[in-house]
Design a protein around this ligand. Structure first.
Ligand SMILES: Cc1cc2nc3c(=O)[nH]c(=O)nc-3n(C[C@H](O)[C@H](O)[C@H](O)COP(=O)(O)OP(=O)(O)OC[C@H]3O[C@@H](n4cnc5c(N)ncnc54)[C@H](O)[C@@H]3O)c2cc1C
Length: 444
């Protein structure tokens, strides 16, 4: 440990959550940070990411906005903005029915640009080790946390943060330990709950992701709507979202296919894999021409089987915490998973950097993080899940024999419901959560 440092934080995972935490902790020079990343080199998947005003506020507080704005031509706006167009699209002739107006705009980025901006903000003192895939850890009431890596090496830290995503090894280790203790004390129901918290489950939905070069789409379908207006094309059991990123050079494309009856089951097959585009275009064969034009331009999309983590009973154990997808991987129907990881990182750094936090009372800081962040993240999880149902007309029958007036009435009702369910993302701030954490930190 460097002389003068309060404690050492080991962060497992250099995704958006882990890197944001490292940037946020850099404000406290007496906290030493080491990042262990499982991949051979740092890299985000080539896809888009969008952030509403709630996380953007935190991005600004962390001083990340300037770097990020270099990667997009979009400038933040405070007032009302038309963010997405909505179309009924699962028929030969589409129908526009709604414009989502948000407070402030959706800031969209190419993920690798976002990750590079975070990396540029890290101080030189932050060490990052790649090819360090964590297998498990052990902790005792006193002494450091011991980390065990796949390559046979070990390391220690005073506090371990699992920012290691959906399949988190830290979550596995944490809930395996908790289950063992509960079993040994004959609390069998609790032990069962802990065991069930380890493995993610499939939510019955697949997302097909691709980046479409704008030039390609323009050559084949000049003046396509998505160049100027981010759009969601909705239909029974599926929807498509498309918007420009990378200063307009690319269109971020995601097509979802939903089997709500399979929610909570196990997906058979790899969770992320390149597939032939026919796997997705087949399902959208009878959709309106605008959607088929997009499908016409995708090559080898990546199929993501959307797996989620059930709402957990805690995000902390002793001197170990989990953040981001490791703690609350949700269905991605409100574009808020990374945003929630940023919020976790912000609050956790605040708790760790607080003057009252020392190496000896780290569990107290973690408990405060858990207490203020978990209810918010669980609420967001459920809201994402419900929007997934709204966008695929799960409870809204729109058969072809219904009159246009009645179809529009149902769509307007649906728009009202999904907006109400989603507006927390742009009409609320993380400030009350931050304040609550500060009050708890100051109070004892
Ligand atoms: C289709 C889709 C669209 C989305 N769109 C948006 C959006 O617009 N806005 C938004 O906010 N969110 C969006 N999300 C959600 C967002 O992508 C995730 O919530 C976010 O990336 C989670 O970040 P993370 O850092 O927690 O995890 P990850 O990004 O998964 O990072 C985890 C890191 O840990 C590393 N790792 C894993 N295991 C280990 C190990 N054992 N040891 C060491 N390192 C390890 C990984 O290599 C990786 O670098 C979307 C998700 C999907 C599927």
């Amino acid at each position: 440990m460097t002389s003068g440092s309060k404690f050492r934080v080991g962060i497992c995972g250099a995704g958006i959550g882990g890197l944001t935490l490292a940037v946020a902790l850099a404000r406290y020079p007496d906290i030493e940070v080491v990042i262990y990343e499982g991949a051979q080199k740092l890299g985000e998947i080539g896809a888009g990411i969008g952030l509403f005003s709630r996380p953007w506020e935190l991005i600004c507080k962390l001083g990340l906005d300037e770097e990020l704005l270099k990667a997009t031509e979009i400038r933040p706006v405070d007032g009302p903005v038309s963010t997405f167009n909505y179309r009924l699209s699962d028929r030969p002739e589409g129908l526009e029915f709604f414009t989502l107006v948000t407070k402030g705009n959706l800031m969209t980025f190419h993920r690798p640009d976002f990750q590079n901006a975070l990396l540029r903000k890290l101080p030189r003192s932050t060490k990052i080790y790649c090819s360090k895939r964590l297998l498990s850890y052990t902790q005792r009431p006193t002494g450091p946390v011991e980390l065990y890596f796949e390559d046979g090496s070990t390391a220690t830290c005073d506090l371990l943060v699992g920012a290691d995503g959906l399949k988190s090894a830290v979550r596995r280790s944490m809930f395996t330990d908790k289950a063992k203790v509960a079993q040994s004390e004959k609390r069998m129901k609790e032990a069962g709950e802990y065991e069930a918290s380890i493995e993610p489950t499939w939510c019955g939905t697949n997302a097909y992701r691709a980046l479409i070069p704008t030039d390609r789409l323009n050559a084949r379908h000049p003046g396509h709507r998505v160049f100027t207006q981010p759009t969601q094309y909705l239909g029974k059991n599926g929807y498509v979202i498309a918007y420009p990123i990378a200063k307009g050079k690319l269109i971020n494309f995601v097509a979802f296919t939903a089997r709500h009856d399979l929610e909570g089951t196990k997906f058979n097959g790899p969770w992320v894999s390149p597939v032939d585009s026919s796997e997705v275009t087949e399902m959208y064969r009878s959709w309106e021409p605008e959607v088929k034009a997009l499908m016409d331009c995708i090559e080898r999309p990546l199929r993501w089987a959307i797996n989620t983590v059930r709402p957990l009973s805690t995000y902390v154990h002793g001197k170990v915490a989990i953040i981001g997808d490791a703690a609350h991987a949700s269905p991605p129907h409100q574009g808020s998973g990374a945003a929630q990881a940023i919020e976790d990182a912000f609050v956790l750094a605040l708790a760790l950097g607080h003057a009252s936090t020392t190496r000896e009372n780290l569990p107290r800081a973690l408990d405060i993080y858990d207490r203020v962040r978990r209810p918010v993240a669980h609420d967001v999880h459920e809201r994402n899940r419900i929007n997934g149902q709204y966008f695929t007309f799960h409870h809204t029958p729109l058969d072809e024999d219904i009159s246009t007036e009645e179809t529009l009435r149902r769509l307007q009702d649906l728009s009202y419901r999904f907006t109400k369910n989603w507006e927390w993302a742009w009409s609320t701030s993380a400030e009350p959560v931050v304040r609550e954490a500060l009050e708890l930190l100051n109070s004892s």
